[in-house]
Design a protein around this ligand. Sequence first.
Ligand code: EPZ
Length: 427
Amino acid sequence: MAKYLITGGVPLAGKVRISGAKNSALKLMAASLLSPRKSILHNVPLIQDVFTMADVLRELGAEVSIDSDRVEIDPSGELQDTAPYELVRRMRASILVMGPLLARLKRARVAMPGGCNIGPRHINFHLNGLEKLGARINVGHGFINVAANRLTGDAISLDYPSVGATENLMMAAVTARGRTVIESAAREPEIIDLAKFLTSMGASISGAGTSTIVIDGVEELEGATHTVIPDRIEAGTYMLAAAVTNGEIEVEGISPRYLELFISKLRAVGVQVKEFDNGVSCSGDGDYSGTDIATLPYPGFPTDLQAPVIVLLSLAQGHSIVTENVFENRFTFVDELNRLGANVQTSGHHAVVHGGCHFEGTIVEATDLRAGAGLVLAGLAASGQTEVRRIGHIDRGYEYFEHKLQALGADIERVESSKRSPSASLT
Ligand code: EPZ
Protein backbone atom coordinates (compact mmCIF):
# COMPACT_ATOMS: atom_id res chain seq x y z
CA MET A 1 0.00 0.00 0.00
CA ALA A 2 1.14 3.59 -0.65
CA LYS A 3 2.46 5.84 2.07
CA TYR A 4 2.78 9.54 2.90
CA LEU A 5 6.07 11.24 3.73
CA ILE A 6 5.35 14.37 5.77
CA THR A 7 7.76 16.99 7.08
CA GLY A 8 5.89 18.81 9.81
CA GLY A 9 6.10 22.23 11.41
CA VAL A 10 4.62 24.27 8.56
CA PRO A 11 1.60 26.41 9.58
CA LEU A 12 -1.03 25.67 6.91
CA ALA A 13 -2.69 28.65 5.26
CA GLY A 14 -5.08 29.30 2.43
CA LYS A 15 -8.45 28.09 1.14
CA VAL A 16 -9.74 24.56 0.71
CA ARG A 17 -12.95 23.55 -1.11
CA ILE A 18 -14.95 20.74 0.52
CA SER A 19 -16.02 17.79 -1.66
CA GLY A 20 -19.32 15.94 -1.67
CA ALA A 21 -20.13 13.81 1.38
CA LYS A 22 -18.90 10.21 1.18
CA ASN A 23 -21.56 9.11 3.68
CA SER A 24 -24.32 10.54 1.52
CA ALA A 25 -23.04 9.74 -1.98
CA LEU A 26 -22.72 5.99 -1.29
CA LYS A 27 -26.37 5.76 -0.16
CA LEU A 28 -27.66 7.84 -3.04
CA MET A 29 -25.90 5.47 -5.44
CA ALA A 30 -27.60 2.49 -3.74
CA ALA A 31 -30.98 4.30 -3.74
CA SER A 32 -30.81 4.76 -7.53
CA LEU A 33 -31.57 1.00 -7.82
CA LEU A 34 -35.11 1.71 -6.63
CA SER A 35 -36.15 2.86 -10.10
CA PRO A 36 -35.49 1.31 -13.53
CA ARG A 37 -34.94 4.86 -14.80
CA LYS A 38 -31.55 6.56 -15.00
CA SER A 39 -30.35 8.79 -12.15
CA ILE A 40 -27.57 11.37 -12.18
CA LEU A 41 -25.59 12.50 -9.12
CA HIS A 42 -23.41 15.61 -9.04
CA ASN A 43 -20.70 16.63 -6.54
CA VAL A 44 -19.77 12.98 -5.93
CA PRO A 45 -16.25 12.73 -4.41
CA LEU A 46 -13.67 10.78 -6.41
CA ILE A 47 -12.77 8.38 -3.60
CA GLN A 48 -12.17 4.65 -3.43
CA ASP A 49 -15.50 3.87 -1.74
CA VAL A 50 -17.39 5.51 -4.62
CA PHE A 51 -15.52 3.29 -7.09
CA THR A 52 -16.31 0.26 -4.91
CA MET A 53 -20.01 1.14 -4.76
CA ALA A 54 -19.95 1.56 -8.56
CA ASP A 55 -18.52 -1.97 -8.78
CA VAL A 56 -21.28 -3.27 -6.50
CA LEU A 57 -23.97 -1.69 -8.69
CA ARG A 58 -22.34 -3.07 -11.85
CA GLU A 59 -22.17 -6.50 -10.23
CA LEU A 60 -25.92 -6.20 -9.64
CA GLY A 61 -26.50 -5.39 -13.32
CA ALA A 62 -26.70 -1.59 -13.38
CA GLU A 63 -24.63 0.52 -15.76
CA VAL A 64 -22.52 3.13 -13.95
CA SER A 65 -20.40 5.87 -15.50
CA ILE A 66 -18.22 8.26 -13.50
CA ASP A 67 -17.08 11.51 -15.12
CA SER A 68 -15.26 13.73 -12.62
CA ASP A 69 -17.87 14.48 -9.90
CA ARG A 70 -20.82 13.30 -12.04
CA VAL A 71 -22.08 9.74 -11.61
CA GLU A 72 -24.75 8.35 -13.93
CA ILE A 73 -26.52 5.14 -12.93
CA ASP A 74 -28.76 3.22 -15.33
CA PRO A 75 -30.52 0.32 -13.51
CA SER A 76 -32.89 -0.41 -16.40
CA GLY A 77 -31.42 -3.84 -17.13
CA GLU A 78 -32.28 -7.06 -15.36
CA LEU A 79 -30.88 -6.79 -11.85
CA GLN A 80 -29.12 -9.59 -9.96
CA ASP A 81 -29.95 -10.04 -6.30
CA THR A 82 -26.54 -10.83 -4.82
CA ALA A 83 -23.96 -8.47 -3.34
CA PRO A 84 -20.80 -10.62 -3.25
CA TYR A 85 -18.50 -11.16 -0.27
CA GLU A 86 -15.38 -9.64 -1.81
CA LEU A 87 -17.16 -6.31 -2.36
CA VAL A 88 -19.08 -6.25 0.93
CA ARG A 89 -15.88 -7.16 2.81
CA ARG A 90 -14.12 -4.23 1.13
CA MET A 91 -16.85 -1.76 2.03
CA ARG A 92 -19.53 -2.24 4.69
CA ALA A 93 -21.79 0.34 3.07
CA SER A 94 -22.47 -2.30 0.38
CA ILE A 95 -25.16 -3.69 2.72
CA LEU A 96 -27.20 -0.61 1.83
CA VAL A 97 -28.22 -2.24 -1.43
CA MET A 98 -30.36 -4.60 0.68
CA GLY A 99 -33.31 -2.22 1.09
CA PRO A 100 -33.41 -1.12 -2.57
CA LEU A 101 -33.07 -4.72 -3.90
CA LEU A 102 -35.81 -5.92 -1.56
CA ALA A 103 -38.06 -3.09 -2.72
CA ARG A 104 -37.28 -3.60 -6.44
CA LEU A 105 -36.79 -7.40 -6.73
CA LYS A 106 -38.61 -8.53 -3.55
CA ARG A 107 -35.40 -10.36 -2.59
CA ALA A 108 -31.73 -9.73 -1.83
CA ARG A 109 -28.72 -11.84 -0.96
CA VAL A 110 -25.96 -9.87 0.74
CA ALA A 111 -22.72 -11.23 2.17
CA MET A 112 -22.47 -10.60 5.92
CA PRO A 113 -20.24 -7.53 6.29
CA GLY A 114 -18.14 -8.86 9.14
CA GLY A 115 -16.37 -6.54 11.53
CA CYS A 116 -13.75 -3.93 10.90
CA ASN A 117 -11.09 -2.07 12.87
CA ILE A 118 -13.63 0.03 14.77
CA GLY A 119 -16.00 -2.67 15.94
CA PRO A 120 -18.15 -5.72 15.06
CA ARG A 121 -20.55 -3.52 13.00
CA HIS A 122 -23.74 -5.52 13.62
CA ILE A 123 -26.77 -5.21 11.35
CA ASN A 124 -29.52 -6.45 13.67
CA PHE A 125 -31.36 -3.11 13.58
CA HIS A 126 -31.46 -3.32 9.76
CA LEU A 127 -32.84 -6.88 9.79
CA ASN A 128 -35.34 -6.39 12.62
CA GLY A 129 -36.77 -3.39 10.76
CA LEU A 130 -37.02 -5.22 7.44
CA GLU A 131 -38.84 -8.07 9.19
CA LYS A 132 -41.37 -5.53 10.52
CA LEU A 133 -42.01 -4.56 6.89
CA GLY A 134 -42.78 -8.18 6.05
CA ALA A 135 -39.42 -9.50 4.89
CA ARG A 136 -38.44 -13.09 5.62
CA ILE A 137 -34.82 -13.24 6.76
CA ASN A 138 -32.51 -16.19 6.83
CA VAL A 139 -28.79 -16.30 7.28
CA GLY A 140 -26.64 -19.10 5.91
CA HIS A 141 -23.18 -19.72 4.49
CA GLY A 142 -22.12 -16.18 5.34
CA PHE A 143 -24.97 -14.58 3.42
CA ILE A 144 -28.10 -12.76 4.55
CA ASN A 145 -31.10 -13.72 2.45
CA VAL A 146 -34.13 -11.45 2.58
CA ALA A 147 -37.36 -11.92 0.63
CA ALA A 148 -40.89 -10.52 0.64
CA ASN A 149 -43.90 -10.92 -1.67
CA ARG A 150 -44.81 -7.31 -1.04
CA LEU A 151 -43.46 -5.06 1.71
CA THR A 152 -46.11 -3.57 3.97
CA GLY A 153 -45.61 -0.37 5.91
CA ASP A 154 -45.48 -0.57 9.70
CA ALA A 155 -44.26 1.29 12.80
CA ILE A 156 -40.56 0.58 13.46
CA SER A 157 -38.84 1.74 16.61
CA LEU A 158 -35.04 1.55 16.41
CA ASP A 159 -33.19 0.55 19.61
CA TYR A 160 -30.48 3.02 18.58
CA PRO A 161 -30.48 5.83 15.95
CA SER A 162 -28.41 3.78 13.52
CA VAL A 163 -27.51 5.73 10.36
CA GLY A 164 -27.33 2.68 8.11
CA ALA A 165 -30.45 1.03 9.50
CA THR A 166 -32.44 4.26 9.07
CA GLU A 167 -31.26 4.49 5.45
CA ASN A 168 -31.91 0.83 4.56
CA LEU A 169 -35.40 1.02 6.06
CA MET A 170 -36.22 4.29 4.30
CA MET A 171 -35.24 2.74 0.96
CA ALA A 172 -37.24 -0.44 1.63
CA ALA A 173 -40.32 1.52 2.72
CA VAL A 174 -40.70 4.00 -0.15
CA THR A 175 -42.65 1.50 -2.32
CA ALA A 176 -44.10 -0.62 0.51
CA ARG A 177 -47.90 -0.78 0.82
CA GLY A 178 -49.14 1.87 3.23
CA ARG A 179 -47.40 3.98 5.85
CA THR A 180 -44.10 3.32 7.60
CA VAL A 181 -43.08 5.31 10.66
CA ILE A 182 -39.44 5.03 11.79
CA GLU A 183 -39.04 6.11 15.42
CA SER A 184 -35.61 6.88 16.96
CA ALA A 185 -34.36 7.46 13.43
CA ALA A 186 -30.88 8.86 12.80
CA ARG A 187 -30.88 12.64 12.28
CA GLU A 188 -27.64 13.10 10.32
CA PRO A 189 -27.58 15.61 7.42
CA GLU A 190 -26.89 12.63 5.13
CA ILE A 191 -30.33 11.23 6.08
CA ILE A 192 -31.93 14.49 4.94
CA ASP A 193 -29.96 14.31 1.69
CA LEU A 194 -31.18 10.76 1.04
CA ALA A 195 -34.78 11.79 1.76
CA LYS A 196 -34.45 14.69 -0.71
CA PHE A 197 -33.15 12.35 -3.42
CA LEU A 198 -35.92 9.78 -2.77
CA THR A 199 -38.52 12.55 -2.84
CA SER A 200 -37.20 13.76 -6.19
CA MET A 201 -37.63 10.16 -7.40
CA GLY A 202 -41.31 10.41 -6.40
CA ALA A 203 -41.27 9.06 -2.84
CA SER A 204 -43.48 10.50 -0.09
CA ILE A 205 -41.32 11.16 2.99
CA SER A 206 -41.59 13.61 5.89
CA GLY A 207 -39.60 14.13 9.08
CA ALA A 208 -36.10 13.38 7.77
CA GLY A 209 -33.63 15.06 10.12
CA THR A 210 -35.90 14.43 13.10
CA SER A 211 -36.22 11.26 15.18
CA THR A 212 -39.50 10.34 13.47
CA ILE A 213 -39.58 9.70 9.74
CA VAL A 214 -42.92 9.02 8.03
CA ILE A 215 -43.00 7.31 4.62
CA ASP A 216 -46.14 6.66 2.57
CA GLY A 217 -45.48 3.97 -0.03
CA VAL A 218 -45.91 4.81 -3.71
CA GLU A 219 -46.31 2.45 -6.66
CA GLU A 220 -43.08 3.21 -8.48
CA LEU A 221 -40.22 5.69 -8.61
CA GLU A 222 -38.61 7.67 -11.43
CA GLY A 223 -34.93 8.41 -11.94
CA ALA A 224 -33.73 11.76 -10.59
CA THR A 225 -30.86 14.23 -10.70
CA HIS A 226 -29.34 15.34 -7.40
CA THR A 227 -26.33 17.20 -6.02
CA VAL A 228 -24.63 15.59 -3.01
CA ILE A 229 -24.31 17.72 0.15
CA PRO A 230 -20.79 18.70 1.27
CA ASP A 231 -18.75 16.44 3.54
CA ARG A 232 -18.89 17.77 7.12
CA ILE A 233 -16.25 15.27 8.30
CA GLU A 234 -13.80 16.35 5.60
CA ALA A 235 -14.48 19.97 6.61
CA GLY A 236 -13.79 19.20 10.29
CA THR A 237 -10.57 17.47 9.31
CA TYR A 238 -9.22 20.59 7.55
CA MET A 239 -10.35 22.81 10.43
CA LEU A 240 -8.26 20.62 12.73
CA ALA A 241 -5.35 20.83 10.27
CA ALA A 242 -5.38 24.62 10.75
CA ALA A 243 -5.51 24.26 14.54
CA VAL A 244 -2.74 21.67 14.96
CA THR A 245 -0.31 23.53 12.66
CA ASN A 246 -1.08 26.98 14.17
CA GLY A 247 -2.20 28.07 10.72
CA GLU A 248 -5.24 29.73 9.19
CA ILE A 249 -7.49 27.93 6.72
CA GLU A 250 -10.68 29.06 5.03
CA VAL A 251 -12.88 25.99 4.53
CA GLU A 252 -15.25 26.72 1.64
CA GLY A 253 -18.49 25.03 0.64
CA ILE A 254 -19.71 23.85 4.04
CA SER A 255 -22.55 25.21 6.19
CA PRO A 256 -21.35 25.74 9.80
CA ARG A 257 -24.71 24.47 11.05
CA TYR A 258 -23.59 20.92 10.13
CA LEU A 259 -20.74 21.28 12.67
CA GLU A 260 -22.25 23.25 15.56
CA LEU A 261 -21.06 21.12 18.49
CA PHE A 262 -17.69 20.44 16.85
CA ILE A 263 -17.12 24.19 16.42
CA SER A 264 -18.10 24.88 20.04
CA LYS A 265 -15.52 22.29 21.18
CA LEU A 266 -12.79 23.86 19.01
CA ARG A 267 -13.58 27.24 20.58
CA ALA A 268 -13.48 25.69 24.07
CA VAL A 269 -9.92 24.53 23.29
CA GLY A 270 -8.94 28.03 22.14
CA VAL A 271 -9.17 27.69 18.35
CA GLN A 272 -10.52 30.75 16.52
CA VAL A 273 -13.49 29.88 14.29
CA LYS A 274 -15.34 32.43 12.15
CA GLU A 275 -18.61 31.29 10.58
CA PHE A 276 -19.96 32.34 7.17
CA ASP A 277 -23.05 31.27 5.21
CA ASN A 278 -21.15 28.71 3.17
CA GLY A 279 -17.87 28.24 4.96
CA VAL A 280 -15.76 28.75 8.06
CA SER A 281 -12.29 30.07 8.74
CA CYS A 282 -10.22 28.36 11.37
CA SER A 283 -6.99 29.57 12.98
CA GLY A 284 -4.90 28.95 16.06
CA ASP A 285 -1.72 30.01 17.82
CA GLY A 286 -1.08 26.84 19.79
CA ASP A 287 -2.25 28.33 23.08
CA TYR A 288 -4.84 25.60 23.69
CA SER A 289 -6.50 24.07 26.74
CA GLY A 290 -7.89 20.56 26.98
CA THR A 291 -11.63 19.88 27.08
CA ASP A 292 -13.77 16.76 27.54
CA ILE A 293 -15.53 15.30 24.51
CA ALA A 294 -18.18 12.58 24.19
CA THR A 295 -19.13 11.29 20.75
CA LEU A 296 -22.86 10.91 20.11
CA PRO A 297 -25.25 10.42 17.20
CA TYR A 298 -25.95 13.67 15.31
CA PRO A 299 -26.19 16.47 16.38
CA GLY A 300 -23.69 15.28 19.01
CA PHE A 301 -19.93 15.36 18.50
CA PRO A 302 -19.24 13.18 15.42
CA THR A 303 -17.44 9.91 16.10
CA ASP A 304 -15.66 10.32 12.75
CA LEU A 305 -13.78 13.33 14.15
CA GLN A 306 -12.83 11.61 17.42
CA ALA A 307 -9.40 10.39 16.29
CA PRO A 308 -8.48 13.68 14.57
CA VAL A 309 -9.56 15.79 17.58
CA ILE A 310 -7.40 13.70 19.95
CA VAL A 311 -4.41 15.02 18.00
CA LEU A 312 -5.41 18.58 18.94
CA LEU A 313 -6.13 17.64 22.57
CA SER A 314 -2.65 16.08 22.81
CA LEU A 315 -1.14 19.46 21.89
CA ALA A 316 -3.37 21.40 24.30
CA GLN A 317 -2.38 22.07 27.91
CA GLY A 318 -4.05 19.94 30.58
CA HIS A 319 -5.99 16.70 30.48
CA SER A 320 -9.00 15.79 28.34
CA ILE A 321 -11.34 12.83 28.65
CA VAL A 322 -12.71 11.52 25.37
CA THR A 323 -15.66 9.12 25.54
CA GLU A 324 -16.54 7.06 22.47
CA ASN A 325 -20.24 6.25 22.70
CA VAL A 326 -20.91 5.17 19.12
CA PHE A 327 -18.44 2.40 18.23
CA GLU A 328 -17.18 -0.43 20.37
CA ASN A 329 -13.51 -0.23 19.53
CA ARG A 330 -12.49 3.09 18.04
CA PHE A 331 -9.31 3.84 20.02
CA THR A 332 -6.92 1.56 18.12
CA PHE A 333 -5.43 4.71 16.62
CA VAL A 334 -4.10 5.76 20.04
CA ASP A 335 -1.21 3.27 20.02
CA GLU A 336 0.09 4.76 16.79
CA LEU A 337 -0.40 8.34 17.99
CA ASN A 338 1.53 7.56 21.19
CA ARG A 339 4.44 6.46 19.01
CA LEU A 340 4.54 10.03 17.65
CA GLY A 341 4.81 11.37 21.20
CA ALA A 342 1.22 11.61 22.43
CA ASN A 343 0.34 10.38 25.90
CA VAL A 344 -3.13 8.85 25.74
CA GLN A 345 -4.39 6.08 28.00
CA THR A 346 -7.57 4.21 27.12
CA SER A 347 -9.92 2.15 29.24
CA GLY A 348 -13.06 0.76 27.56
CA HIS A 349 -15.01 3.65 26.02
CA HIS A 350 -12.80 6.30 27.64
CA ALA A 351 -9.48 7.83 26.65
CA VAL A 352 -7.51 10.14 28.96
CA VAL A 353 -5.47 12.52 26.84
CA HIS A 354 -2.50 14.05 28.70
CA GLY A 355 -1.81 17.35 26.94
CA GLY A 356 1.30 19.43 26.42
CA CYS A 357 2.84 16.91 24.03
CA HIS A 358 5.24 17.57 21.15
CA PHE A 359 5.07 15.16 18.26
CA GLU A 360 8.33 13.80 16.82
CA GLY A 361 8.17 12.27 13.38
CA THR A 362 8.50 8.51 12.95
CA ILE A 363 6.87 5.65 11.02
CA VAL A 364 3.19 4.99 11.82
CA GLU A 365 0.42 2.94 10.24
CA ALA A 366 -3.17 3.91 9.47
CA THR A 367 -5.68 1.41 10.90
CA ASP A 368 -8.84 2.95 9.44
CA LEU A 369 -9.96 5.97 7.45
CA ARG A 370 -10.29 8.53 10.22
CA ALA A 371 -7.33 7.19 12.22
CA GLY A 372 -5.25 7.66 9.09
CA ALA A 373 -6.40 11.25 8.74
CA GLY A 374 -5.52 11.81 12.40
CA LEU A 375 -2.01 10.47 11.90
CA VAL A 376 -1.52 12.81 8.94
CA LEU A 377 -2.59 15.75 11.12
CA ALA A 378 -0.10 14.67 13.79
CA GLY A 379 2.62 14.39 11.13
CA LEU A 380 1.85 17.94 9.98
CA ALA A 381 2.35 19.13 13.57
CA ALA A 382 5.39 16.96 14.29
CA SER A 383 9.03 17.97 14.15
CA GLY A 384 10.97 16.05 11.53
CA GLN A 385 9.63 13.51 9.08
CA THR A 386 6.64 11.23 9.58
CA GLU A 387 5.87 8.28 7.35
CA VAL A 388 2.22 7.24 7.37
CA ARG A 389 1.79 3.76 5.94
CA ARG A 390 -1.31 1.91 4.66
CA ILE A 391 -2.85 5.12 3.37
CA GLY A 392 -5.24 3.09 1.22
CA HIS A 393 -7.54 3.55 4.22
CA ILE A 394 -7.40 7.32 3.68
CA ASP A 395 -7.99 7.02 -0.07
CA ARG A 396 -11.40 5.54 0.78
CA GLY A 397 -12.82 8.80 2.02
CA TYR A 398 -10.67 11.88 1.36
CA GLU A 399 -10.67 13.26 -2.18
CA TYR A 400 -7.31 14.64 -3.37
CA PHE A 401 -6.08 14.63 0.25
CA GLU A 402 -2.37 15.26 -0.35
CA HIS A 403 -3.11 17.74 -3.16
CA LYS A 404 -5.45 19.81 -0.98
CA LEU A 405 -2.91 19.77 1.85
CA GLN A 406 -0.03 20.70 -0.51
CA ALA A 407 -2.12 23.66 -1.75
CA LEU A 408 -2.29 24.79 1.89
CA GLY A 409 1.50 24.67 2.17
CA ALA A 410 1.94 21.20 3.66
CA ASP A 411 5.16 19.33 2.94
CA ILE A 412 3.53 15.99 2.13
CA GLU A 413 4.48 13.53 -0.57
CA ARG A 414 2.70 10.34 -1.68
CA VAL A 415 5.05 7.40 -2.28
CA GLU A 416 3.66 4.33 -3.99
CA SER A 417 4.79 1.17 -2.22
CA SER A 418 6.73 -0.11 -5.23
CA LYS A 419 9.28 2.68 -4.89
CA ARG A 420 11.89 2.48 -2.08
CA SER A 421 11.30 5.58 0.06
CA PRO A 422 14.09 7.54 1.76
CA SER A 423 12.29 6.73 5.02
CA ALA A 424 14.49 3.63 5.27
CA SER A 425 16.76 5.92 7.29
CA LEU A 426 13.90 6.37 9.79
CA THR A 427 14.43 3.77 12.47
C1 EPZ B 1 -22.24 5.39 9.37
O1 EPZ B 1 -21.90 4.06 9.72
C2 EPZ B 1 -21.00 5.98 8.71
N1 EPZ B 1 -20.66 5.21 7.53
C3 EPZ B 1 -19.83 5.96 9.70
O2 EPZ B 1 -18.73 6.61 9.06
C4 EPZ B 1 -20.23 6.77 10.93
O3 EPZ B 1 -19.17 6.71 11.87
C5 EPZ B 1 -21.50 6.19 11.54
O4 EPZ B 1 -22.56 6.17 10.54
C6 EPZ B 1 -22.00 6.99 12.73
O5 EPZ B 1 -22.21 8.30 12.35
C7 EPZ B 1 -21.36 5.45 6.38
O6 EPZ B 1 -22.28 6.24 6.34
C8 EPZ B 1 -20.92 4.66 5.18
P1 EPZ B 1 -24.49 3.15 12.66
P2 EPZ B 1 -23.08 3.02 10.17
O7 EPZ B 1 -25.38 2.14 12.04
O8 EPZ B 1 -24.31 3.27 9.40
C9 EPZ B 1 -24.17 -0.26 16.02
C10 EPZ B 1 -16.54 6.84 8.27
O9 EPZ B 1 -15.41 6.89 8.77
N2 EPZ B 1 -25.17 -0.97 15.21
O10 EPZ B 1 -25.06 4.45 13.12
O11 EPZ B 1 -22.49 1.66 10.16
C11 EPZ B 1 -22.81 -0.23 15.33
O12 EPZ B 1 -22.09 -1.41 15.63
C12 EPZ B 1 -17.55 5.82 8.76
O13 EPZ B 1 -16.94 7.58 7.31
C13 EPZ B 1 -25.74 -2.14 15.72
O14 EPZ B 1 -25.41 -2.58 16.81
O15 EPZ B 1 -23.28 3.50 11.69
C14 EPZ B 1 -22.18 0.99 15.91
O16 EPZ B 1 -21.60 0.67 17.17
C15 EPZ B 1 -17.05 5.03 9.96
N3 EPZ B 1 -26.66 -2.79 14.95
C16 EPZ B 1 -23.35 1.95 16.12
O17 EPZ B 1 -24.53 1.13 16.11
C17 EPZ B 1 -27.04 -2.34 13.72
O18 EPZ B 1 -27.90 -2.97 13.07
C18 EPZ B 1 -23.47 3.03 15.07
O19 EPZ B 1 -23.70 2.40 13.85
C19 EPZ B 1 -26.45 -1.16 13.22
C20 EPZ B 1 -25.52 -0.49 13.99
